[in-house]
Design a protein around this ligand. Structure first.
Ligand SMILES: Cc1ncc(C[n+]2csc(CCOP(=O)(O)OP(=O)(O)O)c2C)c(N)n1
Ligand code: SF4
Ligand SMILES: [Mg+2]
Length: 291
């Protein structure tokens, strides 16, 4: 790799990301932490690869490889191994959507995690297949209306952090764009580790969430405060730290600001009970197996 791009921002201005897209914030914070290290991004089919633009132009100021949907972790394995064989130290970062992570890429993701490849994997989770019109994914939360769940999704969101922790990878954690210091700290923790590191960020998508683009950060804040999106870390698959606890904010505050929940069949009591149960499990793990 040349150093010609070293002074470029990781995400260039003038890119195609929608206003209020969580990806834009996440990529800029990634840049803050990895500035000067010239990471190589591996990106499967997703909004994030539309961001790259049409060759030979690109909105990424670092090398970015477009992979097939199902195999970003396999591509990244190759990049990481060759980087090491060349005696280079550029970090290899997979930047993938929830469709590529929770669903279509899960086999190659599991394989790379099980081999403990030296990859930082970041899923920007907008809870839909955004790039192709907003179909449901297994990350779509219960009750959300998508183009394939017109009355609201019946199933609860898949617990991807638990799945990744079960691989006993060195580090798994959740990220919130409403908690900048926590977000940056976790990127730094991941940066100084070797092996497979998995981060998932709740990524607001005004188009799919049918929300106002200037409320994106506030929405994620509400998701954290209501307990819907816990902020926590898992070390080696067995030691837990909770970073932010719910403060009693009513879940309705979060739901009512997104038209994807309008007319949905969501049972609020059942959803609140499920969130409370999820927290009892998490608190028990953090108490019994602290980091
Ligand atoms: C094997 C395969 N199936 C389907 C597609 C079409 N496709 C491209 S992007 C995409 C959605 C990606 O969703 P996600 O990973 O959540 O990223 P987002 O678009 O939400 O950023 C789909 C279905 C494809 N490129 N390859
Ligand atoms: S559709 Fe959603 S995820 Fe895709 S660029 Fe727009 S806001 Fe971002
Ligand atoms: Mg998505």
């Amino acid at each position: 790799m040349t150093s010609a791009l070293l002074d470029e921002p990781l995400l260039r201005p003038g890119n195609t990301n929608c206003a209020g897209c969580g990806m834009s914030i996440g990529l800029q914070w990634l840049d803050e932490v990895f500035a000067g290290q010239q990471p190589c991004l591996v990106i499967p089919a997703a909004c994030a690869i539309v961001t790259a633009g049409a060759f030979p132009t690109t909105s990424y100021g670092v090398p970015a490889i477009a992979s097939t949907f199902a195999s970003a972790p396999a591509f990244a394995t190759g990049v990481s191994v060759v980087t090491e064989l060349n005696g280079e130290t550029h970090p290899t970062i997979c930047w993938a959507g929830d469709g590529g992570t929770y669903d279509i890429g899960i086999a190659s993701l599991s394989a790379a995690a099980e081999r403990n490849e030296d990859i930082l994997y970041i899923c920007y989770d907008n809870e839909i297949y955004g790039n192709t019109g907003g179909q449901r994914s297994s990350a779509t939360p219960e009750g959300a209306v998508t183009s394939t769940t017109p009355r609201g999704k019946a199933e609860w969101k898949k617990d991807m952090v638990a799945i990744m922790a079960a691989h006993r990878i060195p580090y798994a954690a959740t990220l919130s764009v409403a908690h900048r210091e926590d977000f940056l700290r976790k990127l730094r923790v991941a940066r100084q580790m070797r092996g497979f590191r998995f981060l998932v960020m709740l990524s607001p998508c005004p188009i799919g969430w049918k929300s106002s683009s200037d409320e994106s950060i506030e929405l994620v804040d509400l998701a954290v405060r209501s307990g819907l999106f816990p902020l926590y870390e898992v070390f080696d698959g067995e030691r837990y730290t909770i970073n932010v606890r719910p403060d009693g904010t009513d879940l309705r505050e979060y739901l009512s600001r997104q038209r994807r929940y309008a007319g949905s069949s969501l049972n609020l009591d059942a959803a609140s009970e499920r969130i409370a149960r999820q927290w009892r499990i998490l608190e028990t793990l953090a108490e019994q197996f602290p980091a």
